[in-house]
Design a protein around this ligand. Structure first.
Ligand SMILES: [Ca+2]
Length: 181
C-alpha cells in the first residue's frame, strides 16, 4: 500500500512540470482503480495497454469489457466476480480498435469521452491483479493533441524513481521521529 501511495506522489510531481493529462491509480483489495486526471476541462481519447490485467470471461467464454457488462453478468454467472476482472468505467465509449480484454494479454483500451464533455478527474478502468503493481503504455489525447504516457516498474529507470520516492519518504519519517522524541 505504501508503495502505491509513493507511486501516486511521483506521478503527481511529474505531471506538475508537464501540465499534461495523466493517469492516477489507487490500490484497492483486488487491483487498482485507474483515473484520468487533467487540469483542463476537455474531451479525451485514450489508446492504452495495461498489464498485468486479470480477465475473467462470463460463462467461460464471453469477454466482459465494461462495468455495465460486469454488473450484468455477476448476478447470473456464479463463476464471474466483478472485482476479479478488468473493465472500463461508464463514461468511456469504445473507439475504432475497441476494448480487448483477453486472458493472459495486456488490457487494450481504445476509448473516448463524448464530445465536449468536461471533467477534472474521471475513473477510466479497473485493473484486477494480485501482483501489487501495474504497468501501462500508450497515448492520452486531449482535444486531438497526443500525450505519451508510460509506466513500468520492471524497468531500471522506473525503479530509480521508486527508490528516490522511498528515500524521501524515509527521510520524512526519520525527521518526524526525531522531532517527536
Ligand atoms: Ca474483462
Amino acid at each position: 500500500m505504501r508503495t502505491s501511495l509513493t507511486l501516486i506522489v511521483i506521478a503527481t510531481l511529474a505531471s506538475t512540470a508537464m501540465a499534461a493529462p495523466e493517469l492516477l491509480w489507487e490500490a484497492v483489495d483486488n487491483g487498482f482503480i485507474v483515473s484520468l486526471s487533467d487540469a483542463e476541462s476537455a474531451s479525451w481519447a485514450v489508446n492504452l495497454d495495461f498489464w498485468p490485467a486479470q480477465q475473467i470471461q462470463a460463462f467461460g467464454s464471453l469477454n466482459v469489457n465494461t462495468e455495465t457488462e460486469a454488473e450484468t453478468y455477476e448476478p447470473i454467472d456464479p463463476n464471474y466476480t466483478k472485482e476479479l476482472d478488468s473493465w472500463i468505467y461508464g463514461d468511456w465509449n469504445a473507439l475504432a480498435t475497441g476494448i480487448q480484454g483477453l486472458p493472459g494479454e495486456p488490457f487494450h483500451i481504445h476509448a473516448g469521452t463524448p464530445g465536449g464533455q468536461a471533467f477534472g478527474t474521471i475513473p477510466l478502468c479497473y485493473i484486477a491483479t494480485d501482483r501489487g503493481v501495474i504497468s501501462y503504455d500508450g497515448i492520452i489525447a486531449r482535444q486531438g493533441v497526443d500525450y505519451y504516457v508510460h509506466w513500468d516498474p520492471a524497468e531500471p529507470g522506473t525503479m530509480a524513481l521508486i527508490a528516490f520516492g522511498s528515500f524521501v519518504a524515509l527521510r520524512r519519517r526519520h525527521r518526524t521521529v526525531r522531532t517527536d522524541g
